[in-house]
Design a protein around this ligand. Structure first.
Ligand code: FES
Ligand code: FES
Length: 118
């Protein structure tokens, strides 16, 4: 509830090192995650979300969990980690946590691609 009312890190990052998007065709909700990486650590993370209250709360919690983590640690964040950190989600809202995890993993993979292309 707290993360729905006062989402953390909700802003567009124009100078992000990478971004990743995920959408759920079933409900139409969509999320883009932006990351800034220094020395393999996620220094800054933000997102833009068009979605239900649970997708806003899970996006917020995804950003809180990923901030300050190494890229490898952030890649290992699971839906269960997010749900647990939020003290649970209603059964029909469990799928919403998938958006955060998917968009975060895409952003990290895009970061690796950007680095490889340099
Ligand atoms: Fe749609 Fe929360 S606003 S489920
Ligand atoms: Fe689909 Fe929440 S209802 S992400």
């Amino acid at each position: 509830m707290e993360h729905f009312m006062c989402p953390q890190n909700a802003y567009i990052m124009p100078d992000a090192d990478a971004a990743g998007s995920a959408g759920d065709p079933a409900c139409g909700d969509a999320l883009t995650v932006f990351i800034k990486v220094r020395d393999n650590i996620i220094q800054e993370i933000s997102y833009l979300v068009f979605g239900c209250c649970a997708s806003i709360a899970t996006s917020s919690m995804t950003s809180v969990l990923a901030k300050g983590k190494s890229l490898e640690e952030a890649l290992n964040i699971t839906e269960e980690d997010i749900i647990k950190a939020l003290d649970g989600l209603p059964e029909n809202k469990v799928h919403c946590s998938n958006l955060g995890v998917t968009a975060l993993r895409k952003a990290i993979n895009n970061y690796y691609k950007n680095q490889a292309a340099k």
